[in-house]
Design a protein around this ligand. Sequence first.
Ligand code: HEC
Length: 134
Amino acid sequence: MKSLTRLFIVASLFSASVTIQGSPRVNYLLHCSGCHLPDGRGSPPAVPSLINDSGKLAAIPAGRDYLARVPGASQAPISDLELSEVLNYILLNFNGDVLAKDFTPITEKEVAKSRQNILADPLKYREKLWQQYR
Ligand code: HEC
């Protein structure tokens, strides 16, 4: 193979992987959609839907924090920045109808803090959140 051709192939592989890593949608599809499905509808009650409930939860501080604390989110093999982008992707794309008007995107810093406090019993915690805020 001519070295210029080889260089071209290496360069295009490199740029493809950079694009994939940087895309919140691709990270959602790779790391979340296996359980929550590509459109976020999940398989309730075993796997909750990420449509509308996530947006309502994001309106309250403990709920916003909760989104990055559930095991599927906090343990995903992606960086804090990538997880914040995936959560914002879910909120903006699946929760547009319920999202608070003053919603501000979840930051990398918030995710870094939240995801350290991984929830041992997310369903019980979720129940408490709803009781408290509904
Ligand atoms: C292996 C299956 C699986 C994968 C992969 C997964 N989740 Fe989940 N997710 C669940 C289950 C099950 C729950 C319910 C809580 C629990 O038992 O952990 C849940 C709950 C949630 C919740 C809380 C929803 C609510 O209304 O209470 C959010 C937010 C969430 N996941 C986001 C994500 C994100 C973001 C990813 C990808 C980075 C992801 N999940 C990957 C299975 C999964």
